[in-house]
Write a protein that binds this ligand. Structure first.
Ligand SMILES: [Zn+2]
Length: 689
């Protein structure tokens, strides 16, 4: 179960960048101009009074922002999250440019982040080396004589981050949250998801054709003739299609039971008759004995069969493609641009590559997020903000307790268990208490490809080192400057990186109505993930263990079905509907989270004797709460990305995260005097939490 924002099964974020490339954890991208400090949580100047709030609240609250923020050419989507990440990234750039200046007195972490940034910025040196830095790895693949030697080679390739065939990472045992075991998961695809290989509509066929062209172009750049490259690209698609056919869809991967098949090395080895797991484990530095999880037995059975019947040359071609794909951003610009052309332009509609400094800054944030983030957080996250964030989180947890008590569909027995789980949630805010130790990682100035290999090897070994040790719940899976948040069902904790606690999502200078409508709803969102269709299956300790009565479970499912239908009906681009089941967990979290923030804010406002009829900027406090909520979702998105998002992403597009969620809440309709027949009032209105 991946720990990534993009491809996460076990870690659930507020927002996810759509798959835009072969980078494993893509962070939010950015436009050309950094945002200023004028961002507001509740911003009346963005409101378009020509729109009826009961007809389209999203346009009503965001039209002013759309006018001010035309979609930049280097973006496939641009919204408030990217607006803030722009600002954070500008600050990170300043830190990196200072660290880049070579000096013997630099602390070790600054040497690492500074030299990696400098290596990435030096395109002349990167271009001059052509493909030479990758040659030793290409030679290893070329030397493969038979599939008997594949396990050792694949173990090595996984160690340096090549995503061929499958992946193996340490994960918490779903049935015993106190232990960490190897987790073997399906993988090996260059397209975002199974459906990209199996759909037969003209647009999907066209994307596959462009994918094959892309693979061919990468082979040509690596020195193949046009004719050979075309043949090789076809053979890669054939092999990946076979893997895809044996894989679960993203939608089916949301069901934890589909991914939980505990076994042990000895039994797994008996099934993998054509692939020596022992040889693989040695090369990958993985344990050769003990418990493990085989996420997708059907996939591994097919993989085993493939190893037995695929010609060795086809396997080598496939590995060569995944090697080029994994290191495209460390090779000459021609490779990087070709990779961008397919993943960001074809799949997501971006018209221009981001400037180099932006890519290099994001790269260091991805690779050594805590080394860079430690310096950033000391400068940009004052302790007072952390304190207020903690208070808001606690207020929303208290609101959830009252909400559980008030549910008319849940039995007292299940309510006791639900509250136990709620009381056990651990709140993590800002950045880790204990920073990651990078001392064993070597970063060499001028060796970008070698650095990338070493970073991945460092990360892989650090991950595998957790096996057999107590679970470290203090670890973070997002860097401090990240504009995002997540809930981890196996650790039952909510995590809010410091990068998020700034305008336009939160401001110490704005009132509770604005902050609860915006950041409060996010806190509620993450908390509700513990109780969505996936999260509710884990108990308070993070074990996949049913704590619901059968009757309560069926009532939950009936209510959730209302939302499945509601989102199934949404068609963000002509011919493509949202998948109500794929997006159910996020939609439940959006609706439940906003309602919890509303309850918490009402209570706070009452205690503070807030005058509910007093207007500020022309709006009552409750109206400002809803406007602040909707304004966090102002986003411009290209149709290509909307299509890819609808087909791959658990998050609904931002327009629906505003409008559909609000239309389910009678309190919203009351604040703006919307009538039952208005578009912003759903019939039936869905409600679970
Ligand atoms: Zn979420």
């Amino acid at each position: 179960m991946s720990r990534c924002v993009v491809a996460s099964a076990s870690l659930i974020a507020i927002a996810a960048a759509v798959f835009t490339g072969p980078v494993f954890c893509q962070s939010a991208s950015s436009s050309s101009a950094p945002a200023g400090s004028t961002l507001r949580v509740f911003d009346p100047s963005l409101i378009d009074k020509a729109v009826d709030p009961c007809d389209n609240f999203y346009k009503y609250t965001c039209n002013g922002w759309f006018k001010r923020n035309p979609l930049p050419a280097d973006q496939s989507s641009y919204g408030r999250f990217t607006e803030l990440y722009d600002l954070n990234r500008q600050h990170l750039r300043e830190i990196l440019e200072a660290a880049e200046a070579s000096s013997p007195s630099r602390p070790p972490n600054e040497q690492k982040i500074g030299d990696e940034y400098a290596s990435c910025m030096d395109t002349a040196a990167i271009n001059a080396k052509v493909i030479a830095p990758l040659q030793p790895e290409l030679d290893r693949i070329a030397a493969l004589n038979s599939t008997r030697e594949l396990p050792a080679l694949l173990g090595h390739l996984h160690l340096i981050g090549v995503g061929a065939f499958f992946s193996m990472r340490a994960e918490q045992d779903a049935n015993d949250a106190t232990s960490v075991i190897p987790n073997y998961s399906a993988g090996g695809l260059g397209l975002p998801e199974k459906g990209f290989y199996t759909r037969t509509d003209p647009k999907s066929v066209e994307i596959r054709k462009q994918y094959v062209e892309h693979i061919g172009k990468m082979f040509v750049l690596a020195g193949e003739t046009d004719a050979q490259a075309t043949k090789d690209a076809d053979s890669v698609l054939a092999l990946e299609t076979r893997l895809a056919n044996a894989s679960l869809s993203r939608r089916d991967m949301r069901e934890p039971k589909n991914l939980t098949h505990p076994t042990d090395m000895a039994s797994f080895e008996k099934e993998m008759t054509k692939f020596s797991l022992a040889d693989y484990a040695v090369a990958d530095h993985a344990p050769a004995t003990g418990k493990l999880n085989d996420e997708q037995p059907k996939f591994f059975a097919e993989f085993n069969a493939m190893v037995g019947d695929t010609p060795i040359d086809q396997v080598k071609t496939y590995l060569r493609w995944h090697l080029l794909r994994a290191f495209a951003t460390s090779l000459p610009e021609s490779f990087e641009t070709e990779s961008w052309r397919f993943y960001s332009h074809v799949l997501n509609g971006a018209e221009q590559q981001q400037e180099r400094w932006k890519r290099c800054t994001s790269r260091v944030d991805r690779e050594m997020g805590e080394a860079l983030g430690q310096v950033w957080a000391a400068k940009y996250f004052p302790p007072a903000e952390k304190q207020h964030a903690m208070e808001m989180t606690q207020a929303i947890e208290q609101a959830m307790e009252k909400d559980i008590d008030s549910l008319d569909w849940m039995s007292p027995e299940t309510k006791v268990k639900a509250k136990e789980k709620l009381h056990t949630v651990m709140n993590k805010i800002g950045y880790p208490d204990k920073w990651r130790d990078y001392s064993s990682l070597t970063i060499v100035r001028g060796d970008i490809l070698g650095n990338q290999e070493r970073v991945r090897e460092f990360d892989h070994k650090r991950n595998l080192d957790k096996i057999g040790k107590p679970v470290d719940k203090g670890e973070w899976y997002m860097s401090p400057p990240t504009v995002n948040a997540y809930y981890d069902p196996q650790q039952n904790n909510v995590n809010f990186p410091a990068g998020y606690f700034q305008p336009p999502f939160y401001s110490g200078n704005e009132d509770d109505a604005a902050n609860y409508g915006d950041m409060g709803s996010t806190i509620g969102h993450e908390l509700t993930h513990g109780f969505d269709d996936e999260g509710r299956q884990y108990d308070k300790d993070g074990n996949l263990k049913d704590w619901w009565t059968k009757e309560d479970e069926s009532k939950f499912n009936d209510r959730a079905q209302c939302m499945v239908k509601q989102y199934d009906a949404i068609e963000p681009v002509a011919g493509v509907h949202l998948d109500g089941k794929l997006t159910l967990g996020e939609n439940l979290a959006d609706l439940g989270g906003l309602y919890l923030a509303w309850l918490a804010w009402l209570e706070k406002a009452q205690a503070a004797h807030v005058d509910m009829s007093a207007k500020m900027d022309g709006y009552t406090p409750d109206q400002r709460f809803w406007i602040a909520y909707a304004q966090q979702w102002c986003t411009q998105t290209r149709p290509e990305q909307l299509r890819t998002q609808a087909q791959t992403n658990e998050h609904s597009p931002d327009e629906y995260r505003a409008n559909t969620v609000l239309s389910d809440l009678p309190d919203f309709a009351k604040s703006f005097s919307c009538k039952k027949t208005d578009k912003m009032v759903a019939t039936p209105a869905c409600r679970v939490w």
